[in-house]
Design a protein around this ligand. Structure first.
Ligand code: HAM
Length: 413
């Protein structure tokens, strides 16, 4: 076999190394406990979908659809896209499986990889993972407030530091269209003060101007009309109720009328959690209501609300030390008795103990040193004449006869 240049993972991707995995797994368990405990059911949808789903769902004019999708053609010439986000896929599944016939709202959560062709930097990857939650089939403001609180609790419990929540309402699609016309006129009147990117998007999506850090653009926006002042009475009331529920729960937030999200499906409530512990990519999680999305994907009129949070950003913002794997209860050491050692390991595991066995051909002395390094509580030393159990804390060694004797010794206080 000939070698070749050493290969590397593609730009913007990363490997989860053994030292990183305990924190990730405990975050997954935390989600399962908190979100499952609140009655959300775990779901998975495909990692690739028809490209049309995202074009229709996320919106043709968004950065995600225009610049960030990994799109490929299958052998039959169909266009497929690695999912850049999870809400469109969950809504597609809701329609495809007739979930509107289930008791509403249908409340789901997910965890998995997503793909965006962005310029990689700390906290921004081309393949990243999201935790998401979606509730379909209710426009009750208590669902918005409940999901926001769940995310706030999850992030706090995961140890995310310096957390802030911004909240706004985008109203209905019609109100937003009228507002977009009003804002477009305002921007066009002072076009020469705007950044070239904002100018290029005045026609397609003037609201994106609020995402710009450009000083001239910000000055023009400072006295622009505000969408929050243009809500219909029903939308304003909905937003007031969401806020009242959050106030009663004692959650801190800031109403930010300039909050626009990078996806087109939002209606009414939108929100974003940021952590000042992160650098430029400070968004830890965000979401909102999307009452028209299911219908847009061919389903019945269905209200929906949800959020997604970046797994890697949560772990970065929590800033935990890499944790070591939990130590085994027993390390099985052997020199000539592979089969006996293998069988003992299997039996001890059947009895529920955490066990590792020697597999690197170390000397007996080297094996005991390795067991210490793993912080094993006991070493079971196997040879053809018998079995010895060593307490690695006290150094005490004694002969034992069976696997059951070892189980008793480990379990005795
Ligand atoms: P999003 O704000 O685009 O929303 O993404 C949610 C979170 O994913 C972000 O706050 C961030 O933590 C993480 N994230 C996004 N892009 C990257 C990246 N390139 N690298 C690392 N992390 C990233 C959505 O995706 C919506 N589907 C949320 C939603 C659910 N709205 C309603 N339901």
């Amino acid at each position: 076999m000939s070698g070749g240049p050493r290969l590397q993972a593609p730009r913007g991707t990363f490997d989860v190394l053994p030292g990183d995995s305990p924190a990730r797994l405990s975050l997954f368990n935390l989600c399962q406990g908190r979100l499952g405990g609140a009655g959300l059911q775990y779901t998975e949808t495909p990692i690739f979908e028809d490209t049309e789903l995202f074009a229709r769902g996320v919106g043709e004019a968004t950065d995600i659809v225009q610049k960030e999708m990994f799109t490929l053609e299958d052998r039959a010439g169909r266009s497929l896209t690695l999912r850049p986000e999870g809400t469109a896929g969950v809504c597609r599944a809701y329609v495809e499986h007739g979930m509107h016939k289930l008791p509403q709202p249908v409340r789901l959560w997910y965890w998995g990889p997503f793909f965006r062709h962005e310029a990689p930097q700390a906290g921004r990857y081309r393949q990243f993972n999201q935790i998401g939650a979606e509730a379909l089939g209710s426009d009750d403001p208590s669902v918005d407030a409940e999901l926001i609180l769940l995310l706030a609790e999850l992030l706090a419990e995961a140890g995310v530091r310096e957390l802030r929540l911004r909240l706004s309402s985008l109203g209905t699609a019609e109100a937003r269209r009228d507002y977009a016309d009003e804002l477009r006129a305002h921007l066009l009147a002072r076009e020469d003060e705007l950044s070239p990117e904002v100018r290029a998007r005045i026609e397609a999506n003037p609201l994106r101007a609020f995402d710009s850090a450009h000083a001239g653009t910000r000055a023009v926006l400072a006295d622009a009309p505000r969408l929050l002042d243009r809500l219909t009475p029903e939308d304003a009331e909905h937003f007031a109720e969401v806020r009242a529920l959050l106030d009663e729960a004692g959650l801190d937030y800031e109403v930010d009328p300039s909050l626009v999200r990078g996806l087109d499906y939002y209606t009414r409530t939108v929100f974003e959690f940021t952590s000042d512990a992160l650098g430029a990519q400070s968004g830890v999680g965000g979401g909102g209501r999307y009452d028209g999305l299911v219908e847009q994907l061919g389903g019945p009129p269905t209200a929906g609300v949800g959020w997604a949070a970046g797994v890697e950003r949560i772990l970065l913002a929590a800033g935990g030390e890499p944790r070591r794997q939990a130590p085994p209860a027993v390390f099985v050491a052997w020199e000539d008795s592979r089969r006996t050692a293998f069988d003992l390991t299997r039996r001890l595991r059947q009895d529920g103990l955490t066990v590792q066995m020697e597999q690197a051909g170390r000397s007996l002395k080297g094996q005991l040193k390795h067991a210490d390094r793993l912080r094993a509580r006991f070493a079971a030393v196997v040879d053809d004449d018998g079995l010895e159990l060593r307490d690695l804390r006290t150094g005490e060694a004694r002969p034992v006869k069976t696997a059951a004797d070892i189980v008793d010794a480990v379990r005795s206080p």
